[in-house]
Unconditional design. Structure first.
Length: 748
C-alpha cells in the first residue's frame, strides 16, 4: 500500500517517491477486518477522508496502534504533521519494526536526526533484514556527517537488496564525501546500470567526474541527466560550468540560459552567465548579469567580486577595488577576492609599497587561520642525490606561464631534479601535452581541499615546492600555508609578495628587485644571476618583417597591453610623444577593444587627453599566430607603467620589435627593465616620464638604426640570457639546491 513511484515522497523531502523512501514509510501492513474500509481509503488516495475516520477510530480506540498508524499515514500523505501520531504508534506497537521506521521518516523530515537514527536502529533490532531501514539510517548518518557509518549502512542494505539503484546512488554520495572518488564512481555507475533513466545518479556521477578533472565525461553525464529530466536546474548549471572550464563558452551560455528558463530568479545562474559572457569579451552584457544577480541577492559576494573583475578589464581600478572590498566585507574569508584585490593593486602607482605589503599580510593571516595542523616533519631524504621539485600552477598550458616554462623544462637535468606537476586547472591543450613528459608525475589538485592537497604533496616527499601562480587565477596559495614541503618558493607567475608566511623564498633578479626593495616581501629574496625569467621561442614560425616606417613614411608606435594597464598618466605621455612627432600613429590591440562599446569609450578618453582619434587604430584580440604577425605593422612598442609587459615584451623582441619601458621601484614596475637588460637593450629603459618621451622621440627618429636593430634583434635575443634556456636551467637548478642546502644547514 504505497504511492506511485513518480509521486512525491510522503517523508516531506520533496523528492520523487522512487528516489527517496520507496514508499515504505507509510505502509500499513496487515489490517484488522474492522479497519479494512480505512485501508481502502488509503489505497484510493482519499487521504482527507481517511484522516477524519482514522482520527475518530483513534479517539474511540486510543490503545489501537493500527488506528494511530493509519492516522499518521493520512497526515503524512497530505503534508501535515504526523510526528505525534507515529510516536503514539511506536509506543503502542513497540515490537513493530515498521512503526519505528515510520517514526524515523517523520523525525528526519523534521530535522530530528539523532532521534531518527535511534528509531531506525530500533527497527533494525526488531528486523535486521529491513533493507529500507538500513538505507534510511545511512541517509541520516550522512546528514550527520558520519560518512563511514553511512556507507556501512548502505552496504548492509545492498547485501539484502543488491538491485536498489537508489541505495547505490546514496552509497556513491557517502563515498564521495569520504574522498573515495573511484569507489563513488563505481557506485553511481552501478545505479545507472540498474536504472538507466536515473537522472540524479547521472548528475551525481557528473559531479565526481568534474571534481577529478574528467570534464569531457562529466559533460556527457550532465547531458544525460538533463535529457532524462529537462527541468533539472543543477545539472544545467554544472554542465555550463564544465563547458566553461573546457573553453566552450557559447554552449555554456546556452546552459545558463536554460537554467534561467527553469528558475528566472536564480542569482547563481545570472552570475555564472555573466562570467562566461566576460570570457567572450561581452563586458556590458556580463556586467548586466552581475547586477541582476545582486538585485536578486544583494549580499552575493561572488557577484561583487565578478563586477570587480569586469571593472578591472575596463580600466576602472578604483571601482574594482571598491567591489572587491564589498565582497570581502560580505565574506571575510573570500580568498579569491583578496587575491584579486592584491593583483589589481599593482595596476596603479598611487598606492605605497607599505600598503600593498599590509594587504598581502592580511591574505597570509587568512590562509593561516584555515590551517589545523601545519606540517613540521617531512618524508623527503635529507641528503638526496636529486631534489624532488613540485610545481603548483593553473597555467601549464598556452598561457604566459607556459611560454616561459616550456623550453626550460626540457633542459633541466633529471640527474639533479625530479619534477612533479600539481595542476590546478583540469583543462589541457597542445602545450600541456608537450610539457607533460618532462614531469615524473602529473597529479591534479582539482576538487581537493587545501588539507587534501597538502596531504598529497607531503606524501610525495617533495623537497622544494614552487608556486607558479601567486595571486592570479586558480592559485592554491592556501595550500602553502600548511607547509607540505620543507622548502617553498614563489616564482614566475606573479610579480609581488604572496604574503603567505609558509612561503620561504621568492625567486627574483637584482634588476627587478634592488636591495632597497627587499623589505617589501614576506619571503626571503633568492636572486638568479641573470634574469628571473626565460622565454620559450614561439612554436609559430614567422619571419621578422622589415621596418614598416620605411614603406609607410611614418612611424607606428604599438601597444598590445590590456586596457587595465593604460591609465590616463600613460595616455598623457603617449599624447606628448604623438604631438612631438607629427604624422606618427598609435596601433593598440587587446581583447577588451574588440567590444565596440569599450573601443568607443576609449576614443573619447583619447580625444579628451589631446590625442586625435584619427591617428589611432584600436583592434580586438586575435589568435596567437595573427597576434605575432601583427608586429609587422609596428615600428617600436610603448610599454605601460607601472604595470609593464612581460610576455608581450618577449614576443615583440622575438618579432624584431623593441619595447621602450619605464622602470619603477617595484618588482612588477621593473619587469620591463629586467627583461630588456637581459636582452642587451639597456638604452631602451627610461627612468622618468620625461626621459620616456625623450627616448621615444630619439629612437623613433633614427630609422636607419631602428631598421638595423630590427633585422638583427631575433639573433641577438636568442643568444641572450632571456632566451638561453640551457643557461637558465642550470641557474635555476643551482638556486633550488642552494635553498635546500640553506635549509639543511639551518637545521643543523
Amino acid at each position: 500500500m504505497k504511492p506511485g513511484r513518480n509521486d512525491p515522497c510522503s517523508c516531506g523531502s520533496g523528492k520523487k517517491f522512487k528516489h527517496c523512501c520507496e514508499g515504505k514509510a507509510v505502509t500499513t501492513g496487515p489490517a484488522p477486518a474492522d479497519f479494512s474500509p480505512l485501508v481502502a481509503l488509503y489505497n484510493t488516495r482519499r487521504y482527507a477522508e481517511l484522516e477524519s475516520r482514522a482520527r475518530a477510530l483513534a479517539a474511540r480506540y486510543p490503545g489501537s496502534g493500527f488506528a494511530w498508524k493509519l492516522l499518521g499515514a493520512a497526515l503524512q500523505m497530505q503534508g501535515k504533521d504526523a510526528l505525534a501520531a507515529f510516536q503514539k504508534t511506536a509506543a503502542l506497537m513497540p515490537g513493530d519494526a515498521e512503526a519505528h521506521f515510520n517514526l524515523g521518516v517523520v523525525q528526519k523530515g523534521r530535522g530530528l536526526l539523532n532521534e531518527a537514527a535511534a528509531s531506525y536502529r530500533r527497527a533494525l533490532q526488531l528486523n535486521p533484514n529491513y533493507a529500507e531501514a538500513h538505507g534510511n539510517l545511512g541517509n541520516v548518518l550522512k546528514d550527520l556527517g558520519q560518512f563511514d557509518e553511512a556507507a556501512a549502512s548502505y552496504l548492509r542494505a545492498l547485501k539484502i537488496r543488491p538491485d536498489s539503484a537508489d541505495t547505490h546512488n546514496n552509497l556513491g554520495t557517502a563515498l564521495k564525501d569520504l574522498g573515495r572518488y573511484d569507489d563513488a564512481l563505481a557506485s553511481y555507475r552501478r545505479a545507472i546500470a540498474i536504472d538507466p533513466n536515473f537522472a540524479d545518479a547521472c548528475y551525481n556521477l557528473g559531479n565526481v567526474l568534474k571534481d577529478i578533472g574528467q570534464l569531457e565525461e562529466a559533460s556527457d553525464y550532465y547531458r544525460k541527466a538533463v535529457t532524462i529530466r529537462p527541468d533539472l536546474y543543477d545539472a544545467h548549471i554544472n554542465l555550463g560550468n564544465v563547458l566553461k572550464g573546457l573553453g566552450r563558452f557559447d554552449p555554456a551560455v546556452a546552459c545558463y540560459r536554460r537554467a534561467l528558463e527553469i528558475n528566472p530568479d536564480s542569482a547563481e545562474a545570472h552570475n555564472n552567465l555573466g562570467s562566461v559572457l566576460k570570457e567572450l569579451n561581452q563586458l556590458d552584457a556580463a556586467m548586466a548579469c552581475y547586477r541582476r544577480a545582486l538585485e536578486i541577492k544583494p549580499d552575493f559576494p561572488e557577484a561583487h567580486g565578478n563586477i570587480g573583475s569586469v571593472l578591472t578589464d575596463l580600466g576602472d581600478i578604483d571601482g574594482a577595488i571598491e567591489s572587491y572590498r564589498r565582497a570581502l566585507a560580505l565574506k571575510p574569508g573570500y580568498f579569491d577576492a583578496q587575491s584579486s584585490l592584491l593583483f589589481i593593486l599593482n595596476y596603479t602607482a598611487r598606492l605605497t609599497p607599505e600598503f600593498r605589503l599590509d594587504e598581502a599580510r592580511r591574505y597570509g593571516r587568512m590562509a593561516d587561520s584555515r590551517v589545523t595542523a601545519r606540517y613540521s616533519n617531512w618524508r623527503c631524504a635529507t641528503r638526496p642525490e636529486r631534489l624532488r621539485i613540485g610545481m603548483v600552477s593553473g597555467d601549464l598550458r598556452n598561457h604566459p606561464v607556459g611560454y616561459f616554462l616550456e623550453s626550460l623544462l626540457a633542459q633541466l637535468d633529471p640527474a639533479r631534479v625530479e619534477l612533479i606537476a600539481y595542476p590546478t586547472r583540469p583543462a589541457s591543450d597542445a602545450l600541456t601535452a608537450r610539457i607533460k613528459p618532462c614531469f615524473a608525475a602529473w597529479k591534479p589538485l582539482t576538487g581537493k581541499s587545501d588539507a587534501e592537497a597538502a596531504r598529497l604533496i607531503h606524501a610525495d616527499g617533495v623537497h622544494v615546492l614552487l608556486d607558479l601562480s601567486g595571486h592570479t587565477a586558480l592559485n592554491r596559495l592556501p595550500v602553502f600555508a600548511w607547509k607540505p614541503a620543507p622548502v617553498q618558493a614563489a616564482w614566475l607567475g606573479y610579480f609581488a609578495t604572496t604574503g603567505v608566511a609558509g612561503m620561504d623564498y621568492l625567486i627574483a633578479d637584482r634588476v627587478g628587485v634592488p636591495d632597497d626593495q627587499r623589505a617589501y616581501f614576506t619571503e626571503t629574496l633568492w636572486y638568479l644571476p641573470d634574469t628571473r625569467l626565460c622565454f620559450s621561442p614561439p612554436e609559430i614560425d614567422l619571419p621578422v618583417a622589415p621596418l614598416p616606417a620605411i614603406s609607410n613614411g611614418h612611424v607606428t608606435f604599438g601597444c598590445f597591453q590590456n586596457l587595465a594597464k593604460v591609465e590616463d598618466e600613460v595616455l598623457a605621455i603617449w599624447a606628448n610623444i604623438l604631438t612631438a612627432m607629427p604624422g606618427s600613429r598609435l596601433r593598440w590591440q587587446c581583447k577588451q577593444l574588440g567590444d565596440p562599446a569599450v573601443a568607443g569609450q576609449m576614443l573619447q578618453r583619447l580625444r579628451h587627453l589631446g590625442i586625435d582619434p584619427a591617428r589611432v587604430t584600436l583592434l580586438g584580440g586575435v589568435p596567437r599566430a595573427a597576434y605575432l604577425a601583427a608586429h609587422a605593422e609596428v615600428d617600436l612598442m610603448l610599454d605601460t607603467f607601472p604595470y609593464p609587459g612581460g610576455t608581450t615584451t618577449c614576443e615583440a623582441l622575438w618579432m624584431g620589435v623593441p619595447t621602450l619601458t619605464l622602470a619603477g621601484d617595484t618588482l612588477l614596475s621593473r619587469q620591463g627593465a629586467s627583461l630588456l637588460t637581459a636582452a642587451g637593450l639597456e638604452d631602451w629603459i627610461a627612468t622618468s616620464g620625461a626621459d620616456y618621451v625623450a627616448r621615444a622621440l630619439a629612437l623613433a627618429g633614427d630609422l636607419p638604426r631602428l631598421s638595423a636593430l630590427r633585422a638583427g634583434l631575433r639573433a641577438q635575443v636568442r643568444t641572450s640570457p632571456l632566451f638561453d634556456e640551457r643557461r637558465f636551467a642550470h641557474n635555476l637548478e643551482d638556486a633550488l639546491w642552494g635553498m635546500w642546502r640553506a635549509r639543511t644547514e639551518a637545521a643543523g
